[in-house]
Structures are given as C-alpha cells and as structure tokens.
Design a protein around this ligand. Structure first.
Ligand SMILES: [Zn+2]
Length: 509
C-alpha cells in the first residue's frame, strides 16, 4: 500500500503569478573585484581539500587574484608581502559548498511571501554556499540569470557563483504547470501554447515561469540552442508522469524526445539532467542518455541492485535532494518536519516566518493541494518515518553501489531554506550511510563535476577558484560541525558575513 509520494517544486503553486522577484536591493558592503584585492593567506588550518585525501593539519593556503596560488605545509609557503594573513590555527578548512538544485524566485519558506532573489542568494553565501546550479522553474530565463551573473560581477550582488540551465524543458500537460499550478495559470499556458507554432518552444517566461513546453523534436532542439547561446551550463528536463500526488495521467516525455534533447545538447557541450520521481521515469532518463537525475525514488525501497549497478557503470549522476522529502513532503504527515527553533536556522529566518509556517491554514492548505494516502489506522507520523527510512536506504544503496551523487536541496520550496538546507542535506546524507567525508565530497567536488566545472572549482588545489570555508570544529568528527562556520571566502574575497546577515534576514513584507 502506498503511503504517499512527492510533490516537487511544489511551492511554485504559491508563487507562480508573482514571478521573478525584484532585484533592486543594494548591499551596504561594497564588493571588491578580485583583481583589486591584496593577497589573502590562511595559515595553520587543518585542510580537508575535497579530493578525498586525508586531512592535513598545519596548512597554509595562499590566494591571489581570486585563485588559490599555493597550498603548502606551514613554514614551506612563501607569504607574499602585503598579504592579509588569517591565523586559522586549530580551525578546519573545507571547499565552499555547492547546491546543485536551486530554483530562483521561490525564495521564501512562507507561502505568498517570497523573498527577493537578492536575499536568497545572499543567504546562500552567508551559509557558505559558494556555487549554485539553477534548475529552471519560476524566473529562470537565460536573460534573467545572466542579469544576476552580471550584477554579481559588478559587485552589486552578494551571491554564490551562479551556474544555470535556464528554463526547464517539459511537455505541454505535465509537471510542473499541470500538476501544481492553479488552473488560471494553466489556462494562460494553454493560450500561449495555442498561439505558438508547433515547432517553436512555448516559453512561459512572460508568466514568470522558467519553463518551456517542447511539443516537437524541432522545438526541443531550438530550446536547447537558445540556452546554449545564452551561456547556460546544462539542460534541465522534466520526465514526470506521476504517480500521485501529481496523478498518473500526465504525459511522460518519451525516450526518443529525451534522446533528441541529449543529442542537441551534446552538440553544444551541454549535459542533460532530468527531474524524475519514479523508477520508470529514472529508467527512461537513463535510456534517453541523460547525464543524471534530480530527485530519486522515494518508495518503496529501491528494488533493483542491477539497475543501480548499471547507473554506476554509466556514471549516471543522482542528486537525491533529501531535503525536499524531509521538509516539505513530510509536511503531509507531520505538522513540523524539523524544528523551526533551530538557532542556526533562525539566524536568517524571522520569528514571523516561523509562525507563518506553523499556521494551521498554511499546513492544511498544503495538504489539501495534494493526494496522499495514509492507510487507515496508521499513524501519519509513523508512515512518515517509514517513507523516510525507505528514502534514506535507497540513497545509501545507490551510494554503496558506486552511483555518483552530488548534493542538491530544491531551494525555492517551502521548508527548504536557502543555505541552511545545504547543511541539513549533509546531515541527511550521513544518516543515509555516507561518511562525513563522502557527504562533504558530494557538496563540493562531486557537485562541481556534475556542473562540468571540476577543473575550475570544488577542491582546494593550486589554480582553482578560491572558494573555501573556515570552520571552528572538525566536520569529519561530526558533520554538524559544518555549522561552526566562521569564514566564507568567495573568489578569494573574505565575505563580511555580519554585514550580509543584516541584508538578507527573512522578514514578512
Ligand atoms: Zn526542483
């Protein structure tokens, strides 16, 4: 008996008509371009470099022009004159974290109160997330992403390094527009679709939605070409036909269509990642040649070790995105999936927002919008524990079989908090059976490799972008020690976290 499945990117139902949030705010802290900075040197730290090698105590990292110039034992490094030196004796340095599953314009954990995109990006950086991969949904046209990239480069936006897919490619009639959006939006989308030639993609950007319908192969090729021309880093598709709560009657993208998109993307050096939530969708994505999937199979326990082996052999990447299941999806069963009094969370989330998430009207509204079957007589909290156990065991099994995995959270949905949820995802990965080192690698090196920028970032090695964090306590002893974050270095610049906090704290507007 099913006890429920998932609604992904669910929040779009609340925010779809609000669209891409305003991004006019300016921060008090002026950013300094990397070239203008003096050299930065961090000494004495225990280095966990993200390559998987053992941690190295007493390490000096020299940063120049936004890049790591050298990594050496204390005393062996040449300290440039005039450098800013940070004594990190007794501290721990890890690569900056990367969230590979982020949606723009859905920033607030509270329905109908979206934060500005600036706040979302600032909060990610505050929590040590130095790179993100945007994956479609609300906002998310190539132009809107490139505008953010430009503002960040100018120094008027405090943000992680932004990689993007632009709007995601999906079929007319399925997720997300025809699963979780109001019928009024669907009617708009229908009329746009009717007015668009079949061989053109139907872009929903004018509705504030980062989605394009592709109804023919030619339209799909055009959509990929537009994203490639716009400088995007990957292509996101939706392969979703249910089961509940989206229903089972939505069209699923065919293997042939997936193959067409993959083929076109490959001609531009781009890889394709698919949203899936069930086993058959995952198999279709694989057969069509996608490079990986975001989300995974929640229930029942992943039955097919042979498939996992096939995924591992094909280097097929999974972004398990446990945070959405352990947060928003769990809200179907329990009133508060995890404590909103967590002090690490309330650093950036106001008491008003916590109250709004606890509001029974919000919770009931969410539950009414989906179809979850809890067997009569079964305690919902118990049902939730079973499904979470299944999910965690699925993730552990994929990991044990050697399936490559990277960290993502689905930030942009309620109960997935920008930045905070990256730390929470690390904890959930350890609960799934990974070691703290393996979980960290998912959020650093593996994430960079998924985006295709493993040569550029993701580990702390000479020549790479200087994105790293200083922690007070050892995350290998306890993964929750990533919460002892003291410093964020982004492209060689020490982020003023205190000033940033003043700008990004969430509030009810
Ligand atoms: Zn998502």
């Amino acid at each position: 008996m099913r006890t429920g499945t998932t609604a992904l990117c669910f929040a779009t139902v609340f925010f779809c008509v609000i669209g891409f949030a305003s991004h006019t705010a300016r921060y008090a802290t002026a950013a300094v371009s990397a070239a203008d900075q003096s050299d930065l040197v961090v000494t004495g730290a225990t280095l966990i470099d993200g390559t998987g090698t053992a941690s190295r105590p007493g390490t000096t990292i020299v940063v120049r022009d936004g890049r790591i110039a050298s990594v050496a034992a204390d005393g062996e490094a040449e300290i440039p004159s005039g450098a800013t030196v940070i004594d990190a004796a007794g501290k721990f340095v890890i690569p900056g974290l990367t969230d590979t599953h982020v949606h723009f314009g859905l920033g607030s954990p509270v329905a109908r109160q979206p934060d500005t995109i600036d706040k979302v990006l600032g909060r990610l950086l505050y929590y040590g997330v130095t790179s993100i991969l945007q994956l479609g949904a609300t906002g998310g046209s190539t132009d809107s992403i490139n505008a953010l990239v430009e503002r960040r480069a100018e120094g008027t936006l405090q943000a992680p390094y932004i990689y993007g897919t632009g709007g995601h490619l999906t079929l007319h009639g399925t997720h997300p527009v025809y699963t979780i959006f109001p019928s009024s939006v669907q009617a708009f989308a229908d009329s746009l679709s009717a007015a668009t030639p079949m061989n053109d993609p139907v872009d929903l950007y004018s509705l504030g939605i980062g989605v394009s319908f592709v109804r023919t192969k030619e339209a799909a090729r055009k959509a990929v070409q537009e994203r490639a021309a716009g400088g995007m880093h990957a292509i996101k598709i939706t392969v979703e036909s249910g089961p509940t709560p989206f229903g089972d009657d939505h069209p699923q993208m065919s293997v042939e269509m997936i193959r067409t998109i993959v083929d076109e993307a490959a001609q531009h050096g781009l890889r394709v990642f698919a949203h899936v939530t069930s086993l058959d969708e995952l198999e279709a994505a694989m057969e069509g040649g996608a490079a990986g999937v975001v989300h995974t199979v929640e229930r029942p326990p992943f039955p097919d070790a042979a498939l996992a082996q096939k995924m591992a052999d094909a280097n097929f990447v999974v972004v398990p995105t446990i945070s959405i299941y352990a947060g928003l999806v769990s809200l179907w069963y329990v009133d508060e999936p995890f404590s909103l009094d967590d002090s690490f969370l309330t650093e950036t989330v106001s008491t008003e927002q916590v109250a709004a998430l606890r509001n029974p009207r919000f919770i009931q509204g969410f539950r009414r919008s989906g179809t979850v079957h809890v067997e009569p007589g079964i305690d919902p909290a118990h049902a939730n524990r079973i499904r979470m156990d299944d999910l965690l065991s699925n993730v552990g099994m994929l990991h044990d079989r050697g399936v490559p995995m990277a960290l993502g959270t689905d930030t942009g949905n309620p109960y997935v908090f920008p930045g905070f949820s990256v730390h929470r995802e690390l904890e959930l990965l350890v609960q799934a059976g990974l070691t703290p080192m393996e979980a960290l690698e998912m959020g650093t090196r593996n994430a960079a490799e998924l985006i295709g920028v493993g040569d550029e970032v993701g580990t702390i090695e000479a020549g790479k972008r200087a994105d790293f964090l200083v922690l007070d306590k050892n995350p290998l002893d306890d993964i929750r020690n990533t919460r002892t974050l003291e410093m964020v270095i982004s492209e060689g610049r020490l982020v003023d976290r205190k000033a940033l906090l003043g700008s990004v704290k969430s509030g009810i507007r």
